[in-house]
Ligand binder design. Structure first.
Ligand SMILES: Cc1cc2nc3c(=O)[nH]c(=O)nc-3n(C[C@H](O)[C@H](O)[C@H](O)COP(=O)(O)OP(=O)(O)OC[C@H]3O[C@@H](n4cnc5c(N)ncnc54)[C@H](O)[C@@H]3O)c2cc1C
Length: 433
């Protein structure tokens, strides 16, 4: 027998749980569908949650969120096969409330967030996959599920089904899906023990480190990350999908190579592998987003390509929560008015444009393209490391080389033209200014 409710949210990831929480808190009946046996059971990410977006939704969230470590050290590492250049920032400010970022396991964070929605009245239905949209007269009126007689009718559907969203595609919201806008993120988790992690990374109590890596994934253009959990280390590579396919390499080979880099390997001595996972990341940013609403349907989080991946920032959880919460708010307003048309729901787009979600995506719209380029992910790391290598190599009795000469020579060796560097710098300055 089919079921009728006021709103269905598909996907109990951060976007879906935030949308369900806001809808339930506004007093509406909402079913939160999750295909996994529990929220977070199948979800993959690197490991850092930027929690400020929760301040309003769940005041004092840090008191009961399942946090591993609070990030107090953030490094950016530029790697070639044999070199490493790091900028290492440490602060005690991020160790205090309201905190900046924290490592957390998705298998703990997602159930916690979904539970907040349940506490406000959302009904969580796990082990249930939405397999398509129910439509009447072209309008979305619910979802088909994989349960026997599992049609779920609703006034509104909020699609938070993650990257490569089945529902957004079926609704025709994506004009085209360009594979060059996606990367494959592969991740390993290694158990090392708290004491060893603290001593190897210079951390105390529940301090954590976030290391973002540019390069180090040759022959595939890409980057990586290392994050400290309480007693495990997460290491991963983010690989351009098109390059990975062309290289015929296995992604786990690339992570293994990254892990055995001389600048990284010592951190992992004596550890053992406890988890391996892989997942797509929608890195295309602003220009790759679909239309966000149709009659009876809103799309949020990775389903709408809202992960911010701009080299120094890889933030998706906060953008998923931010967009999910706004989708929930607009859905609640639509339910209150009894108007589920796309013109009513377009308020979601305008509210998003006034929020950090679209403000950041719009301002940083040129960076994803640059970050995904082979120049940034493999040639510039090589140029940068070679320049520093030459600068610090003492060649007495020869005089020290001029920096401008070094840079020109290395750019030439890497086959990068001065005009390309200028264009890339302008692109970065235009977006970051
Ligand atoms: C390797 C990697 C590293 C990353 N590192 C970070 C990081 O450190 N920090 C950060 O902020 N972001 C990071 N991200 C990005 C972040 O994981 C995503 O942006 C974020 O998870 C998006 O949340 P979401 O709720 O939109 O989608 P998801 O988290 O993907 O959740 C979607 C949910 O929907 C469910 N679902 C899907 N289809 C259906 C269906 N048909 N029916 C029912 N349920 C369905 C899924 O099981 C899942 O629970 C990383 C991503 C990857 C892959």
């Amino acid at each position: 027998m089919s079921v009728t409710t006021q709103a269905v949210v598909v996907g109990a990831g951060p976007a879906g749980s935030a949308a369900a929480l806001v809808l339930a808190r506004a007093g509406f009946e909402v079913i939160l569908l999750e295909r996994g046996p529990y929220p977070g059971s199948k979800n993959v990410y690197g490991g850092v949650v930027y929690g400020r977006i929760l301040d309003e939704l769940i005041p004092q969230w840090w008191e009961n969120a399942p946090i591993q470590r609070w990030i107090t050290r953030r490094s950016t590492m530029v790697l070639t096969d044999s070199q490493a250049l790091s900028v290492d920032f440490r602060t005690q400010h991020w160790k205090r409330q309201p905190f900046n970022g924290a490592t957390a396991y998705r298998s703990e964070f997602d159930p916690w967030l979904a539970h907040q929605a349940e506490k406000d009245g959302a009904k969580l239905l796990c082990s249930t996959t939405a397999v398509g949209l129910l439509k009447e007269n072209g309008k979305v009126v619910g979802v088909r599920t994989d349960r026997p007689n599992g049609d779920l009718y609703a006034k509104l559907v909020v699609a938070c089904d993650g990257v490569n969203s089945l529902l957004a595609k079926e609704a025709g919201l994506y004009e085209d899906l360009d594979e060059s806008n996606f990367t494959l993120g592969v991740k390993e988790v290694w158990h090392l023990g708290k004491k060893e992690i603290d001593s190897r990374f210079g951390l105390s109590t529940n301090e954590g480190v976030d290391i973002e890596i540019l390069g180090g994934t040759s022959p595939i253009a890409g980057g990586g990350f290392i994050y400290t959990n309480l007693d495990t280390l997460a290491i991963g590579a983010v690989l351009r999908l098109t390059d990975l396919a062309a290289s015929r390499k296995r992604p786990e080979e690339i992570v293994a190579k990254l892990r055995s880099h001389p600048a990284i390997a010592p951190w992992f001595i004596g550890s053992h592998l406890v988890e391996y996972s892989a997942h797509l990341i929608p890195e295309g940013g602003y220009h790759s987003m679909p239309r966000l609403v149709a009659d009876g349907l809103l799309v949020a989080g990775d389903a709408a390509g809202m992960c911010l991946a701009t080299g120094v920032w890889l933030e998706g959880i906060n953008y998923a929560i931010g967009s999910g919460a706004i989708a929930g708010k607009v859905a609640a307003a639509a339910l209150a008015r009894g108007d589920y048309s796309s013109s009513m729901l377009s308020k979601y787009e305008s509210e998003l444009h006034h929020s950090f979600v679209m403000k950041n995506h719009k301002r940083l719209r040129h960076l994803p393209h640059l970050v995904l380029s082979e120049r940034l992910q493999s040639r510039y790391p090589q140029v940068l490391c070679n320049v520093v290598d030459n600068m610090f190599t003492v060649r007495d009795p020869l005089p020290k080389p001029r920096l401008s000469q070094l840079v020109r020579a290395e750019l030439k060796k890497a086959g990068v033209r001065g005009t390309e560097v200028l264009a890339d710098l302008l692109s970065i300055l235009r977006d970051l200014q």
